[in-house]
Design a protein. Structure first.
Length: 82
């Protein structure tokens, strides 16, 4: 599935990934291919995504996450490398 992370300053990531774990406003949630469509507010914490057995992390602070048709789009207030 496609992961796209954007902040007000710049695009942060655009990658094909196997799974994503997002710090939601009400708790952490995971997204796998075929996930149902939804839109939610993000909280502050660690975003983790996996591709080909390798894990990558970013620190996320606020924003929104949309999941639709195997595309995960994060509009984050801030995103920095861990």
């Amino acid at each position: 599935m496609k992961l796209s992370i954007v902040t007000p300053e710049k695009p942060v990531a655009s990658e094909e990934v196997d799974e994503v774990t997002v710090p939601g406003a009400l708790g952490e949630f995971g997204v796998l291919p075929g996930h149902t469509t939804f839109l939610t507010q993000m909280g502050e914490g660690t975003l983790t995504y996996k591709k080909g057995g390798q894990s990558c992390t970013l620190q996320i602070s606020g924003g929104f996450c949309e999941v639709r048709e195997d595309v995960v789009t994060l509009l984050a207030d801030q995103a920095t490398s861990s």
